[in-house]
Design a protein around this ligand. Structure first.
Ligand code: UDP
Ligand code: MG
Length: 324
């Protein structure tokens, strides 16, 4: 079997400080992997400039002019990490057999790519890079990040714990991902929905080699909210649950209020007020829940996600896919 063509996809936003440091490291790793027979010598490092306002695109064009292994695409404006990453993956899909996405700041262990390619050679189509520890993160970053994964899980979003966007995807997995047409992207929740054989590779997360993080608390919270609302209708289902509980409690409160009225312990008007409040509170929340259930269905429909992805067939024809 010929060696697979690998594209390393790297989104970059205002990274003029770190790119000159990490670009040679990526190139060194690519050479190492192609010499080890893990990928083809025609493999590439694809930078995605996400509408940077500094010299990032200039640096990328200079790198591409100096070395054929570097190439780049430039988005018309800043579209955010997830969109930039998807733009890179979808561009690479046309040329690559396999892609590895990684941030450009050197925080994720570049050396783990060799292990990812070994897993790919063993037949895995998705390999998640998972942080084995968060020692280099501040207490605050660690706490908020882990709360984020727990929130995702409790809200019914299937994600890999301590995995961000450092992952290998085979061409087939990319083809599967391409069928997800949604515009609110949360790739780490979408990739598990694609399926295929997957595994994890563990690595130590380092400090940023230069520059500063683009994810302050405000953006992290927005990202977490985006993740939940893009992948789960559980918050809507919670309203139905709450509506049912309030209705049951309201029913008992009404029985109690009537009992109190007959016992003569109440002032005039109290019982009718309590009964109306309890009845309307329960009915209103329950109705909201029912509307929520329908909105959840509409929401799933408009996403137009593939209903299935066929991985093998017993005859030699190309499998029919749902949304092709
Ligand atoms: N990034 C991007 N567009 C953005 C913000 C970030 O392409 O709008 C890139 C950034 O250049 C980096 C990656 O996304 O390669 C992760 O960003 P960062 O390292 O700032 O996040 P952190 O590791 O602190 O969570
Ligand atoms: Mg980073």
């Amino acid at each position: 079997m010929p060696y697979p063509i690998l594209y390393i996809v790297i989104p970059c936003y205002n990274e003029q400080d770190v790119l000159p440091v990490t670009a040679p490291l990526f190139l060194k790793q690519l050479k190492k992997m192609s010499e080890a027979g893990l990928c083809s010598p025609d493999s590439r490092i694809l930078f995605v400039n996400d509408g940077s306002k500094d010299r990032t695109w200039q640096i990328i064009t200079d790198l591409s002019a100096q070395n054929e292994h570097f190439c780049g695409i430039c988005l018309s404006r800043n579209r955010g990490h997830q969109n930039a990453l998807l733009a890179g993956l979808m561009s690479a899909r046309l040329k690559a057999d396999v892609t590895i996405s990684i941030d450009c700041d050197g925080q994720d262990d570049i050396g783990a790519m060799s292990e990812m390619l070994r897993c790919y050679a063993d037949g895995c189509e998705v390999v998640y890079g998972v942080r084995s520890s968060r020692k280099t993160d501040s207490f605050f970053k660690r706490f908020t990040a882990q709360s984020f994964y727990r929130l995702m899980q409790s809200m019914g979003v299937q994600t890999v714990f301590n995995h961000a966007d450092y992952r290998l995807l085979s061409r087939r997995a990319l083809d599967g991902l391409a069928q997800f047409r949604e515009v609110n992207l949360f790739l780490r929740g979408m990739v598990p929905l694609v399926g295929y054989r997957c595994t994890s590779v563990y690595y130590e997360r380092h400090e940023r080699l230069a520059g500063k993080s683009h994810y302050p608390l405000r953006k992290m919270l927005a990202f977490a909210l985006d993740g939940v609302t893009s992948l789960s209708v559980k918050p809507l289902q919670l309203i139905t649950g709450l509506g049912s509980i309030i209705s049951i409690v309201g029913f008992f409160a009404i029985v109690w209020a009537i009992f109190e009225a007959f016992s003569g312990n109440t002032v005039a008007g109290w019982t009718s007020t309590v009964c109306i409040v309890c009845f309307l509170g329960g009915v209103q929340l329950l109705c909201l829940g029912v509307i929520g259930e329908y909105i959840g269905k509409i929401y799933s429909e408009v996403k137009h996600r593939p209903r299935f992805i066929i991985s093998e067939t017993t005859d030699s024809t190309e499998p029919v896919q749902d949304r092709t």
